[in-house]
Design a binder for this molecule. Sequence first.
Ligand code: PHE
Length: 332
Amino acid sequence: MTQLIEKINNASSLEELENLRIETLGKKGILTLEFAKMKSIPNEEKKAFAQNLNEQKVKVTNAIEAKKVVLEKEALNKKLENEKIDVTRFNNELSCGATHPVVETMDRIITYFQNLNFAVEEGPLVEDDFHNFEALNLPKYHPARDMQDTFYNKDYTLLRTHTSPVQIRTMLKQDPNTPIRMIAPGTVFRRDFDITHTPMFHQIEALVVDDADKVSFANLKHVLVEFLQHMFGDVEVRFRPSFFPFTEPSAEVDISCVFCKGEGCRVCSHTGWLEVLGCGVVDQNVFTAVGYKNKSGYAFGLGVERFAMLIHNIGDLRSLFESDTRLLGQFR
Ligand code: PHE
């Protein structure tokens, strides 16, 4: 008995203590087995036998309980010691934010054109009919206005549907004889919401204007091929005749699919080509609207989200605006 108590007092862990408890008081423990002997004890000895056993049981139980308190306290202290927070320690594992893929793509494009000496121009998001449509050769009731799903305000202003009004503002604010080489990045708005459209998105517009014989479609083509290969690597570039009211001739520009290398896949609808921007030679009606004579120019406009999605292989445009850190965290 004293040996057992000694063992209990010397237990070095809670597991060891628990094992001792099972060995003595458990279902097959030595004391439990002693109690089972009661049946075979002569009646007159039963009382003394039981009393003795009970005393032993109380002693053992008390010793275990007392030791348990001590061991638990030790374990807690150890845990506290290990988990101590060193407030002076520098934490270099802090998670930090990242540039949003749309902003990053926008910055890359802006930097590219700044290096080619393009100025960065800005215009208001709340526009008027003249700058957003009329001066861009889109007279009232022109069917091409339907292409743009405009948000109108009650006071005849509207949310700009593209960055092209910045072309008009830039031409109007400066002397017609000063050549223009500008880009206009910014948000635009259209009443549209599905997997490839959000009501707010970003465009970058470009406009180059100089004397009539100085700017041609060939210049535009060269600049765009260089630019698209800078953004997407070794891609083929194709110009497809198209229509915009403010350019003539107009083209839509495709690159060979960056995912299947032109073989045909789901992203390019099995055509091998991805449409990336619209462009053209500035329509003379636009120059007339701003009072420019004997000028020629080219312009193009692109959707920044479309570029970001192709560069980062993002399937759903809407996911760019949901602020889901699981998506955004991948761009660190
Ligand atoms: N503004 C046109 C659009 O939003 C794009 C464009 C810009 C086309 C300049 C030609 C020239 O779709």
